[in-house]
Write a protein that binds this ligand. Structure first.
Ligand SMILES: NC(=O)C1=CN([C@@H]2O[C@H](COP(=O)(O)OP(=O)(O)OC[C@H]3O[C@@H](n4cnc5c(N)ncnc54)[C@H](O)[C@@H]3O)[C@@H](O)[C@H]2O)C=CC1
Ligand SMILES: N[C@@H](CC=O)C(=O)O
Ligand code: NA
Length: 434
């Protein structure tokens, strides 16, 4: 059969991995795809010292690939929004299939991109965009089609998990571990996307769309990163029997969809609590199958290449088929319009609070009264003996309550003369079917 000819755009961490794995496993991949997948062109601003491109046409300008009539599939691995958007839309308009690892692009422009792709009858595949090498999109989109999905919760940023793990294991300095993650090629070009939760929010928007059959709604994701997490919180959580992980959570409720990304206390016995380093893991709970778990490397050259190349094999298998017979881009042939995203104030969860109180009699009672006035019951309260100057740390675990009630409680606590500085709030999830 005729080879499938691809252009790799961007030869950085992921592009380099794709280039090398395609060469190394060429015959295995061809046997799976039913025909060879050949790199016809590489377009990149910077060379990759790990790749021998001497036998391939290399150009510095990505838009060149659109003009190349030999190219069947454009593999977009340059990242970012602007040039990537232009490249993908031009590829679609010229009838070329697209494979991308760019979650930012899909989360923000996906609705538009898929509309254009449907009109043009081309494939746009994006498995590498969520949880790196884990075939999570394929699992939800193809493996769980019998189910009404109830919730999805996952560690979906490798850099963030790498940092939290290192803080937990070695009490490492945040900036130093981030630099290491950058060195290893895990971080985004702008690493604030990793540490402020934006990258996870991009991925969660994609997961939510394919789990529930709703349009991509990145702008509605509640997003909190890991930059406020202190080693002290990790220690306190540990003493209470929890690990702190950065989670993306999307859940179907009677009132709408939860869509939130934030640090979370998870009971240590849960599998997700034991996912460390650059590894990612996603739990998907369906009404028929129950809870399922997908685990693997969330970032890095070859793990991510594994997902990109799986998409290329899918393209090779499906490009000759009628567009209507292909798997829908966002998993559902028809989208639901009755699942609004719940405002964050309406979600219900349990909370960990850490505050610093002036060492005066009655302070603990005043704190407890504020909580009980808002109908919030306390599961655990710890007042530490060790004084920080004149201040005593107080750690609280609450039962489930509404976010809006907790916002009021925190406002009132912070206005007490007894409480110094802000209250640290981390949400707590049991990760069990409710
Ligand atoms: N690094 C990772 O582990 C993962 C990255 N991704 C995504 O994959 C994409 C690529 O990421 P990395 O490989 O890490 O980035 P990178 O920064 O290592 O590589 C980007 C490459 O694109 C080239 N490039 C950028 N803009 C260009 C332009 N306008 N014209 C020509 N060449 C251009 C650069 O020269 C470089 O070779 C991003 O969308 C990222 O979010 C997804 C999953 C994992
Ligand atoms: N920067 C991302 C790369 C993969 O998506 C991460 O750290 O997870
Ligand atoms: Na993936």
């Amino acid at each position: 059969m005729k080879p499938v000819k691809v252009a790799i755009c961007g030869l950085g961490t992921v592009g380099g991995g794709v280039f090398n794995v395609l060469l190394r496993n060429a015959s295995e991949i061809a046997r799976r795809a039913g025909r060879p997948i050949v790199v016809e062109q590489v377009a990149t601003r910077t060379a990759n010292p790990n790749c021998d491109t001497s036998s391939v046409y290399v150009s510095p300008e990505v838009m060149d690939v659109i003009e190349n009539p030999e190219i069947d599939v454009v593999v977009e691995l340059i990242g970012g929004y602007d040039a990537a958007y232009e490249l993908v839309m031009k590829a679609i308009a010229s009838g070329k299939h697209v494979v991308t690892a760019n979650k930012a692009l899909i989360a923000v422009y996906g609705n538009e991109i898929f509309h254009a792709a449907r009109e043009a009858g081309v494939i746009v595949a994006f498995e590498a965009s969520v949880a790196g090498g884990i075939p999570i999109i394929k699992s939800i989109r193809e493996g769980l089609t019998a189910n009404k999905i109830n919730w999805v919760a996952g560690i979906i940023n490798g850099t963030g998990n790498f940092i939290l793990t290192s803080m937990n294991d070695h009490g490492s300095d945040f900036a130093e571990v981030l630099a290491e993650a950058q060195e290893l090629g895990y971080a985004e070009a702008d690493p604030t996307f990793d540490v402020e939760g934006i990258d996870a929010a991009h991925k969660l928007a994609i997961l939510s769309a394919i789990a529930f059959g709703v349009p991509l709604s990145f702008d509605k994701v509640y997003t909190e990163g890991i930059t406020r997490i202190d080693v002290e919180d990790i220690r306190q959580a540990d003493a209470l029997g929890y690990a702190i992980k950065h989670l993306g959570i999307t859940r179907r409720t009677d009132k709408g969809l939860e869509l939130r990304v934030h640090p979370t206390l998870i009971p240590k016995e849960r599998l997700l609590a034991n996912v460390n380093g650059v590894m990612n893991a996603v739990m998907v709970s369906g009404d028929a199958v129950g809870p399922t778990l997908y685990y693997g490397a969330g970032a890095g050259a070859e793990p991510t290449a594994s997902a990109v190349i799986a998409d290329l094999v899918d393209v090779a298998r499906e490009m000759g088929a009628e567009p209507d017979s292909r798997v829908p881009y966002l998993a559902f042939a028809e989208q639901a319009d009755d699942m609004p995203v719940l405002p964050m104030e309406e979600i219900e969860t349990a909370y960990y609070l850490r505050l610093l109180a002036v060492d005066r009699p009655g302070v603990l009672a005043r704190v407890a009264t504020i909580l009980s006035d808002h109908g919030i019951s306390i599961e655990a309260i710890i007042q530490k003996d060790i004084l920080e100057g004149e201040l005593v740390p107080i750690i609280l675990l609450t039962h489930t309550t509404r976010e809006s009630a907790m916002n009021d409680v925190i406002r009132e606590l912070e206005s007490l003369a007894d409480i110094a500085g802000g209250v640290m709030r981390i949400r707590v999830e049991s990760l069990e079917d409710q």
